[in-house]
Design a binder for this molecule. Structure first.
Ligand code: AHR
Length: 334
C-alpha cells in the first residue's frame, strides 16, 4: 500500500467532518451520547459490512448482545457493503474519540489511510471476521475470525465425500462472494488447492460473484445454467447464494442436491433447512458468533494489554453432511 501520510495530515480533519455527515443516517447507535468515553464505560465504534446474508444478521446480533452483556457502550453502523461508507464510519468514530474501533472490512485493500488516522488519534483498531492487506502491521491490534482458506479446503473435502460414488466428469460452477473480500479470495484459493490435488477431472467451468446475497446467487446461477447446461456441481461461497441458486436450478427443471450437487459455507439456519430437504449436500461452517470474544478483546485492548493478544484469534468450526442436518438443526444457534 502507498504511504499517503503527507496528504492525510492535511485532509484528516475535513474527512472526519464529512464522515460525520455521511454516516449520520446509517448509524444505529446503541450508545448514550455522541462523544467517546462516558464515565468508566468503554465506548466501542463498530462498522459492520452490511446485512447481505443470514450469517451477517447473526454476527450483528451477536455483537449487539455481547456489548450489552459486557456493559460496553456500542456505536454501530451498517456500511451497506460499501468501503466508502466504512471509511466514513471509522472517521466518524475517530472524531467522536471512541475508546476502541472494530470493523469487519468489506474488502481487503485500501485501508492504510484511515487506519493511520486512527493510530494518529491514539485509538486502537480490532478487525473482526475479515482481514486487510496493510503495509504496516501496527495499524490494527488483532483479527478475530475464521480461516477462510481452510474453509475453502474443507468445502472441497466435503465435495469429495459428496462425489464418492460419482462417475464421469465433474463440472463445477462457483458462486464467489463479494469481489475483493477476504472470504471470496481465500475460499476460492483453498477450494482450488484441494481440487487440483484431488482429481484432475474436476473442472470449474463458471465462476462469478453473487455478492454473498440470495438475489445475486439466483441471478448468477440462472446465467451459468444458460451458458453451461452440463454443470453438475455448485460450490457457493455462502449459504445465501446457494439458496438463491436453488431457485434458478429448479426453474431450469433440475433437482438441486441431485442433478446438481451443492456444497456451501456458513451453516446458517436456512442452509441447514435446505440440507434437511436434500437440496444442499454439505456445508462447511463459518461461525458468526464473534461478539463475546470481541468484547473480551476490546476490554483487553482498552486496559493497554493488546500486545498480549494473538495477531489472529481463529474461530472454531465444524463440517456437516446433509445426513447430519436434521439431528443438528434444533441445536443450531443461528
Ligand atoms: O465474512 C464472512 C462472510 O460474509 C460470510 O460467509 C457471508 O455469508 C457473509 O456475507
Amino acid at each position: 500500500m502507498l504511504d499517503r501520510r503527507s496528504f492525510l495530515a492535511l485532509s484528516a480533519a475535513t474527512a472526519a467532518a464529512g464522515g460525520l455527515a455521511a454516516c449520520a443516517k446509517k448509524s444505529d447507535t446503541a450508545s448514550s451520547g455522541s462523544s467517546g468515553s462516558s464515565g468508566g464505560t468503554i465506548t466501542l465504534g463498530f462498522s459492520q459490512v452490511g446485512s447481505e446474508s443470514g450469517w451477517r444478521a447473526a454476527n450483528t446480533q451477536s455483537v449487539k448482545d455481547a456489548a450489552k452483556a459486557a456493559g460496553i457502550n456500542l456505536k454501530f453502523s451498517d456500511a451497506q457493503q460499501k468501503q466508502e461508507n466504512q471509511i466514513s464510519a471509522i472517521r466518524n468514530y475517530i472524531a467522536q474519540k471512541v475508546d476502541v474501533i472494530a470493523f469487519s472490512p468489506v474488502v481487503v485493500t485500501g485501508w492504510d489511510a484511515v487506519l493511520k488516522e486512527a493510530k494518529a488519534a491514539g485509538i486502537p483498531v480490532v478487525l473482526t471476521d475479515r482481514s486487510v492487506e496493510t503495509s504496516d502491521s501496527s495499524l490494527y491490534v488483532t483479527l478475530v475470525g475464521s480461516d477462510f482458506e481452510i474453509e475453502g479446503e474443507r468445502a472441497a473435502h466435503l465435495l469429495e465425500k459428496v462425489l464418492a460414488d460419482h462417475k464421469g466428469a465433474v463440472k463445477i460452477a462457483q458462486l464467489e462472494g463479494t469481489t475483493g473480500a477476504a472470504p471470496a479470495i481465500e475460499r476460492a484459493k483453498g477450494f482450488k488447492k484441494v481440487m487440483d490435488a484431488s482429481d484432475p477431472t474436476w473442472k470449474i467451468v463458471a465462476s462469478q460473484s453473487g455478492d454473498f446475497t440470495r438475489a445475486g446467487g439466483k441471478q448468477v446461477m440462472a446465467a451459468f445454467l444458460q451458458a453451461h447446461s452440463d454443470i453438475n456441481v455448485l460450490f457457493a461461497h455462502n449459504d445465501d447464494m446457494a439458496i438463491g441458486a436453488i431457485q434458478s436450478i429448479q426453474a431450469a427443471g433440475k433437482k438441486p442436491g441431485t442433478d446438481i450437487k451443492i456444497v456451501s459455507i456458513d451453516g446458517v439456519h436456512d442452509g441447514f433447512v435446505a440440507m434437511t430437504k436434500g437440496q444442499i449436500n454439505a456445508i462447511a461452517e463459518c461461525n458468526p458468533l464473534l461478539g463475546p470474544q470481541l468484547m473480551d478483546i476490546v476490554k483487553t485492548v482498552h486496559a493497554g494489554k493488546g500486545s498480549t493478544l494473538e495477531r489472529w484469534i481463529k474461530t472454531k468450526e465444524g463440517d456437516y453432511m446433509a445426513a447430519q442436518a436434521a439431528a443438528a438443526l434444533p441445536t443450531r444457534k443461528y
